[in-house]
Design a protein around this ligand. Structure first.
Ligand SMILES: N[C@@H](CCC(=O)N[C@@H](CS)C(=O)NCC(=O)O)C(=O)O
Length: 227
């Protein structure tokens, strides 16, 4: 380990403010007021990228370090925070409600967030690589199906499983925020559109959106002039 690694204790998050998966974890940390060191992943901090890669060779982020121990995958990171650094604002229900939270967290990551990233990565492909129109259309069809499923199956809120903000809402906020940029939820899905609007009005989600705002010019499909 380098001295910069071994001397640091407590919680450190390797993250970037414009990254949807990073926002998911930042919302959880901020909601509970959990102190942590922000290890910014940008050109000004090449050491942070090098250390991220040592912990997670896929170079995907965020990664949390807890006294030097790496915790990987956003759902596992938030579950780790709830187990060892629990605050009072993020609700961790047990039993059937807990399983519903877990399911919706998986739903937002796998069907909304990951579908949304397909056209984004297609637009970022290296020069000379052919676009994947079929792959993009399949992802957009999957996103529309996800929207329709949510429109039918979301409760009356205000949050994903009712009155209290959970892991599922941490996943929902950045996924719906960005997904609406690539495929509008539209007025035909009023329940889902209202849930997205409530999420964006949540103070910690608003903070995540604001901290990502300076980077909007890098959104490869062009960020819409709203939100
Ligand atoms: N399943 C992972 C996904 C993480 C992920 O895809 N992060 C994006 C940033 S939002 C990333 O690292 N992208 C760069 C890449 O995939 O190479 C999680 O939940 O932590």
């Amino acid at each position: 380990m380098s001295p910069s690694t071994s001397l640091r204790t407590g919680l450190q998050l390797f993250a970037h403010p414009f990254s949807s998966y990073c926002q998911k974890v930042l919302i959880a940390l901020w909601a509970d007021g959990t102190p942590f060191e922000y290890r910014m992943l940008d050109e000004a901090h090449p050491d942070n990228f090098a250390e991220l890669e040592r912990h997670w060779p896929f170079r995907q982020f965020p990664v949390l370090l807890d006294d030097g121990r790496a915790v990987i995958e956003t759902t596992c990171i938030i579950e780790h925070l709830q187990a060892y650094h629990r605050g009072s604002n993020l609700w961790t229900p047990d039993g059937e409600e807990g399983r519903r939270v877990r399911f919706l967290d998986r739903f937002f990551d796998l069907y909304v967030m990951n579908s949304m990233t397909v056209p984004v990565f297609d637009a970022l492909r290296p020069e000379g690589v052919l676009p994947d129109a079929y792959g993009v259309e399949r992802a957009m069809a999957r996103l529309r199906t996800a929207y329709d499923w949510l429109e039918t199956n979301l409760g009356d809120g205000p949050w994903a499983i009712g009155e209290r903000f959970t892991l599922a809402d941490c996943a929902a906020a950045p996924s719906l925020f960005y997904a609406d940029w690539v495929e509008e939820i539209g007025s035909g899905r009023p329940r889902l559109a209202a849930y997205r609007a409530r999420l964006l009005a949540h103070p910690m989600v608003a903070r995540a959106v604001d901290e990502g705002r300076p980077y909007r010019k890098f959104f490869p499909l062009g960020a819409p002039d709203r939100d």
